[in-house]
Write a protein that binds this ligand. Structure first.
Ligand code: ZN
Length: 206
């Protein structure tokens, strides 16, 4: 990454699940740390997490992060906590409300290098806010691919599975408390159930 001015800027790391977004985020943070730059990292308050937690959980690649309310105006807490750090990292940005877009822009205006990581598509393969807006206002965007679990081609999509079956197109974008899993898949192998929705699914209002 190259700073093009003396102002701050926004970098977005996006792509499907299992594409190494968080790994890339932590790689950039480590390089900043080596250069003695101060870092503030934030992650959304999903899964009832509060206080401090860590970004990343695989292979010891972790970074301490503050948990921030992800809904409504909650992301503005990042501005309250910002203390002039050179680098601000936001992981799992897709769980934040669109308020994150203004927050990142304001941080960059204040001179911070803002690095945002998150998936850019819902399980339906549709744009997943706020990533599309963040990608539009960012100076730098990297879109990473995973490998399709079905055919081995580059994967850009998040295949949601519920009890082993593809999710229904009318299922809510964010399912809380459901038995679900995800696979990275390519455009060809990505599937959605259509037609009548199976009984007993928690209904969403999105
Ligand atoms: Zn495939």
């Amino acid at each position: 990454m190259h700073a093009i001015t003396r102002s701050g800027w926004i970098e977005v790391i996006s792509g499907s699940m299992f594409s190494g977004k968080t790994e890339e985020l932590i790689r950039r943070l480590r390089r900043s740390e080596i250069a003695d730059q101060s870092v503030a990292a934030f992650t959304p308050a999903i899964d009832d997490r509060y206080g401090e937690t860590t970004i990343g959980s695989h292979n010891g690649r972790q970074w301490a992060a503050a948990v921030v309310d992800n809904e409504g105006e909650g992301p503005r807490e990042i501005l309250d906590r910002y203390d002039g750090e050179a680098v601000v990292a936001v992981d799992e940005a897709n769980f934040f409300s669109n308020a994150l877009v203004d927050v990142c822009s304001e941080l960059a205006d204040r001179g911070a290098r803002v690095i945002v990581s998150g998936t850019d598509q819902t399980f339906r393969g549709e744009p997943f806010e706020p990533l599309p807006q963040l990608m539009a206002v960012a100076e730098y965007v990297d879109k990473l691919q995973a490998i399709c679990t079905q055919c081995g081609e580059p994967a850009t999509r998040n295949q949601r599975l519920i009890e082993g079956e593809p999710a229904h197109v009318d299922d809510p974008t964010i399912l809380v408390g459901a038995e679900e899993s995800y696979e990275a898949r390519c455009r060809n192998c990505h599937t959605l159930l259509t037609g009548e929705r199976p009984d007993g699914r928690p209904a969403g209002d999105d």
